[in-house]
Design a protein around this ligand. Sequence first.
Ligand code: SPV
Ligand code: MG
Length: 296
Amino acid sequence: MYNNNLMKKIQEKQFVKVCGAFDVMSAKLAEMNDFDAIWASGFGISSARALPDAGIITMTELLDAVTFMAEACSIPVIADCDTGYGGPNNVAHLVKKFENAGIAGICIEDKTFPKENSLFKDGKQEMISKKDFVAKLIAAKNAKKNPDFVIIGRTEALIADLGVEEALDRATAYEKAGADIIFVHSRKKNPDEIFEFYEKWKGKTPLMAVPTAFPTVALDELKSRGVQMVVFAHQTTLAAFAAISDVAKQMSKIKSLSDLSTKLASMDDLFKLQGMHKIRDHENFIEEEVKKLDLD
Ligand code: SPV
Ligand code: MG
């Protein structure tokens, strides 16, 4: 069972670090490496299924993927729910399902359905109106039962090249609608645009950043500009792709496995991740319990 301490950490002014995951193994590795939470990435989960990050995966397919992560991990899992799979009624249903599945929170964004990934060159980046997105946020807020359940309101105003003023106007509206965290995404290598947003932001709602497009910006810099949560959304997916591509390429050519020059985990590393070592203890415990019943 997870401990949803995400907002508590943010309220205590801790800088929260979140690792992207595309499957349960990557989520578990994030937990084992002391991240505060897991970002169940739409990009990552789509990649793991070799499908476009373009609203193809259905709500229930995403729910399955993130439920497996939440079952395996004891840190909060935040589900990247794209545009919320419809209007306010769909968002309310989504919140109920994800909350019941033990998910710590959701992120929804103000693009049209089907959205396309924000970092996809020449992608379609169309927005719905501010009011229509506010309606989705209010629906999300009203549907949640657990006060700790986190609703992240994401604006794509900068991604759609509508400028910092539009991003500020939308972020202000999303704060009024009750978003717990505001995520303003930017795909510019030069961080001036996102820095201008941070400087002009007068709201009280904590800010989240995904610095994939501006990787040279240090965490301390983001922190000093008021960001309270950083999400490394894509890197586990990119690393897995690179590592598996490399080993598959090598294995297609080698004469013996000892020719592999790539770094591999040990079988024992994976048995540890699976919890193989725990099954014998569990069997012994059950055996003792059976004995206690004195059935002979
Ligand atoms: C994701 O990880 O799927 C995100 C972040 O939504 S981005 O891919 O940059 O849109
Ligand atoms: Mg996404």
